[in-house]
Design a protein around this ligand. Structure first.
Ligand code: COA
Length: 155
């Protein structure tokens, strides 16, 4: 698997992976209306800003994008793994890549994530703790989570 910074030409595939993962996982935890909102609320402008900042990454096997992850300001964003490829360590690998890049480039010791309910276990396994449970504009629940990364040198 190769991890590289996303380019503008990857945006369509990134949104496709996002749609595929939400359509697969979200219906067990959210109402049909909330799932529709999740599917539609892709912030393309933010994703583009991340691409321009070099802070959105894609993971490929061959030339096929199977996952992505990145950071924007002080948040981890867009962590998605194609449903057929989950449970193989891809999510944690691509998340670590984004965290390391954030730590190297910002030196901010703490990173945050707004986490959809069913992904909380994944983030806990990756060292995040729940700060609070929040409600989005449509009433759907999510967790604010954070992780202490420390300084880039580890000191
Ligand atoms: C959540 C997601 C990123 C996990 O990706 P993945 O490639 O399956 O994760 P990994 O294989 O790297 O798993 C790492 C660890 O987390 C655990 N884990 C993964 N998903 C989990 C979940 N939903 N609940 C609890 N634990 C989970 C794994 O069992 C593994 O534990 P281990 O280290 O003890 O073996 C992936 O399922 C996904 O894309 N989901 C839909 C999109 C999404 O909700 N993204 C988050 C937006 S906030």
């Amino acid at each position: 698997m190769n991890i590289r910074p996303a380019g503008k030409g990857d945006l369509v595939m990134i949104e496709r992976v996002r749609r595929e993962t939400f359509a697969h996982f979200a219906p067990a935890h959210y109402s049909a209306e909330e799932v529709d909102n999740l599917l539609e609320n892709f912030d393309a402008a933010e994703a583009l800003a991340m691409i321009e900042n070099g802070s959105l990454f894609v993971a490929e096997t061959g030339s096929v994008i199977v996952a992505c992850a990145g950071w924007h300001r002080e948040h981890i964003r867009h962590v998605y793994v194609k449903p057929a490829m989950t449970g193989m360590g891809i999510g944690s690998t691509v998340l670590s890549h984004a965290e390391n890049d954030f730590q190297k480039r910002t030196s901010v010791p703490t990173i945050q994530a707004n986490v959809i309910l069913y992904a909380a276990g994944f983030y806990r396994r990756s060292g995040y703790s729940v700060i609070s449970e929040e409600r989005a504009w449509d009433g759907s629940a999510y967790y604010r989570m954070s992780k202490e990364l420390g300084s880039p040198s580890g000191l």
